[in-house]
Design a protein around this ligand. Structure first.
Ligand code: PRX
Length: 656
């Protein structure tokens, strides 16, 4: 871990109102304050009870084995099947006709899928994947748009005990290839494309490109979603409708060990190489199932739940797929963007399906704020009763706007803090218990132990800031980084031995409530997406024109942070030509994905470095955010910052 900066405390709220739940909400809530007392009295017993909400083929006796810390084993002597817990058990309980998903395609097509239909489809896909050679333990890569087949593919893998790795459809072929190779997947599931703002966003060409580097992939299953032409490799490529649709809807599920791998999700860390976060079966499902029930107060028999996120991120895994389905929830699945055909699309979906619980990211809320509340005002949003936020700190203005214009000044707002690594929500208000404060994630959930500590690992007093740590293991925690136990230990458990280091700065306010203050490492958060400065730097220096690069995240009103890159060109590239900035921005988009495209690139002659050669990103952040440049005394050449600052002032924002 490098370049740790002390978290700043300056983005705290002037807003002093708190929002307690109404008496009627509190009286009907799934969870009361007793849950905190129960968990405090017997943490492991508390989690064991939550795990018993699942259907076990072999019940567990052992709750936690932490003898080989930090490698946890939860409920390890039990066996279950995750897909059965999300599907078959609900059908067996007479809920086969309940809607699992209202699918809303971007062009306006829609499908209603019941639990029975979803179960049948998952069985068909499991049989088809078996015919393609997939066995328990084999990894399967999924590169898909937001369509029902994506959920079917994930659950079919879970049913077979074949860990999936879902790669966000916005990632490039390079990024896809890296992930396929890292987890050694031999089968890829994709689609011809998805709909995005009225056009086809193709996916299959990126798979074809990626597979040029992945000789071990021998089967590609392709869903026909958009009908665009795709290149075809005979023998390797198979249409979903010709392979899955005719397969048998009967499939006998096998029970797997509680610790059987469920999926690998890649996320950015502080080095150039993404980390494959490994989640296993029963502990993960216990965490996302219980927290979906607890934090959103879900009443599966009457609520319509919508997580407006992409399945390609952990939020989609835990709160579109595994959490909601394990609780037999009815969810909305929406394919497209919030502004197609107009900026009221989300609100029209809420009105159409009478959505009662909405979960989305602050960046989306701020975008809607910018567009204006009149779009929401066109629709009846009175069905909403809980609204949630995830992915980055929510500023109090956005919180108040969300609560008032979307929640009708009526709904509790749950600001939920968690990470790909934590698997499920860790710090959040409970909507029937907590008096929410705009901008604060408030308190660890029952059964979760968190602390805010200083550089030496001492707990800070109320009113102070420090680093967020989790002090006890929890069921949905990552088990390791795929293929790299040392990196797992080093990244999360070495900064404060015995405690999980989250990489976030946090503050405890005068009441002891927790406010998240953003990352304290080289990870940026752009529109709720996690990006590594080093990964973008590596992409830039792979361009033949670039000699050196330094990337920082600068504050951005809508996206939280925006990527700014400083590059030194190779001498043979001269001044790089008039379009060098645009060219390099596209280069990064091609190497990693559009989400990583820098908002601004500045060509510089030198970068600020210490005498030992380390780039001082802190100073570049000052320049990018238009602040006076901080202490430069450790720089090898103190004039370099002046040159960069004057150049920056004349370089316009290049964002499109
Ligand atoms: O910095 C924190 C921020 O998002 C990071 C985790 O990103 P990722 O693994 O992509 O997962 C995002 C969805 C769970 C955290 O380290 N973060 C997430 N939720 C919040 C947050 N920051 C502040 N408040 C939140 N509610």
């Amino acid at each position: 871990m490098s370049d740790i900066v002390t978290p700043t405390l300056d983005n705290l709220s002037e807003e002093s109102r708190t929002f307690p739940p109404s008496d009627s909400f509190a009286a009907a809530a799934n969870v009361t304050a007793d849950a905190y007392r129960e968990a405090d009295a017997d943490r492991l017993g508390f989690w064991a009870e939550r795990a018993r909400r699942l259907d076990w083929a072999t019940p567990f006796e052992q709750v936690l084995d932490w003898s080989n810390a930090p490698f946890a084993r939860w409920f390890a002597d039990g066996r279950l099947n995750v897909a059965v817990n999300c599907l078959d058990r609900h059908v067996a309980a007479g809920l086969g006709d309940r809607v699992a998903f209202y699918f809303e395609g971007e062009p306006g097509d829609s499908r209603t899928i019941t639990y029975r239909e979803l179960t049948d489809d998952v069985c068909r896909a499991a049989n088809a994947l078996t015919d393609l050679g997939v066995r328990a333990g084999d990894r399967v890569a999924i590169y898909m748009p937001m369509i029902p087949e994506t959920v079917v593919a994930m659950l079919a893998c879970a049913r077979l005990g074949a860990p999936h790795t879902v790669v966000f459809g916005g990632f490039s072929s390079e990024a896809l290839a890296t992930r396929i190779l890292d987890c050694d997947a031999h089968v890829v599931i994709t689609a011809d494309g998805g709909w995005r703002r009225g056009s086809v966003a193709p996916l299959k060409p990126a798979v074809d490109d990626a597979l040029a580097q992945c000789p071990d992939v021998d089967a590609v299953l392709v869903v026909r979603r958009t009908g665009n032409d795709v290149a075809w490799t005979e023998g390797r490529d198979h249409w979903w409708h010709e392979t899955v649709d005719p397969a048998s809807p009967h499939h006998d599920p096998e029970a797997f060990d509680a610790e059987h791998p469920l999926y690998v999700m890649y996320t950015s860390g502080t080095t150039g190489k993404p980390k494959g976060i490994l989640h296993t079966s029963a502990g993960y499902l216990t965490g996302c199932s219980w927290t979906q029930y607890e934090v959103f107060d879900v009443k599966p028999e009457s609520d319509v739940y919508w997580t407006a996120a992409d399945i390609g991120w952990v939020t989609g895994h835990s709160y579109i797929v595994y959490g909601p389905l394990s609780n037999a929830t009815t969810s909305v699945l929406y394919e497209g963007t919030p502004d197609f055909p107009d900026k009221d699309r989300w609100w029209s979906i809420i009105e159409k399906y009478r959505v009662s619980i909405l979960y989305c990211a602050p960046t989306a809320i701020r975008t809607h704020m910018k567009w204006g509340h009149e779009y929401a005002a066109r629709h009846d949003l009175s069905s909403l009763r809980v609204i949630g936020s995830v992915g980055e700190p929510i500023n109090p203005e956005a919180y108040i706007w969300y609560r008032s214009h979307i929640g009708g000044d009526r709904t509790p707002v749950v600001d939920t803090w968690w990470q790909t690594e934590t698997g499920s929500i860790m710090i959040s208000p409970l909507p029937g218990v907590t008096a929410g404060k705009p901008g604060a994630a408030m308190t660890p959930l029952p059964g979760v132990s968190a602390d805010v500590v200083d550089d030496d690992g001492n707990s800070v007093p109320n009113g102070s800031g420090g680093y967020l740590v989790l002090t006890e293991p929890w069921p949905s925690m990552l088990r390791t980084i795929w293929g790299d136990d040392d990196r797992y230990r080093e990244t999360y458990w070495s900064r404060f031995p015995g405690r999980y280091f989250a990489g976030d700065g946090a503050k405890r306010d005068a009441d002891g409530d927790i406010w998240l203050l953003g990352r304290v490492d080289d990870v940026m958060n752009v529109a709720g997406h996690r990006l590594s400065t080093t990964e973008i730097e590596s992409a830039l220096v792979a361009n033949p024109k670039v000699a050196e690069a330094a990337v920082v995240g600068r504050a951005d009103e809508t996206t939280g942070q925006a990527v700014v890159a400083f590059v030194i060109l190779r001498s043979e590239a001269g001044d790089g030509g008039p379009h060098v900035a645009a060219e390099l921005r596209d280069w990064v988009a091609n190497q990693i994905g559009k989400i990583a495209r820098p908002a601004q690139i500045m060509v510089v002659a030198e970068l600020p470095k210490t005498r030992s050669g380390k780039i001082m990103r802190r100073l570049l952040r000052d320049v990018a955010e238009n602040r006076p440049v901080g202490d430069v005394t450790t720089l090898a050449d103190t004039t370099v910052m002046e040159t960069i600052r004057s150049g920056m002032a004349s370089s316009a924002n290049q964002e499109d």
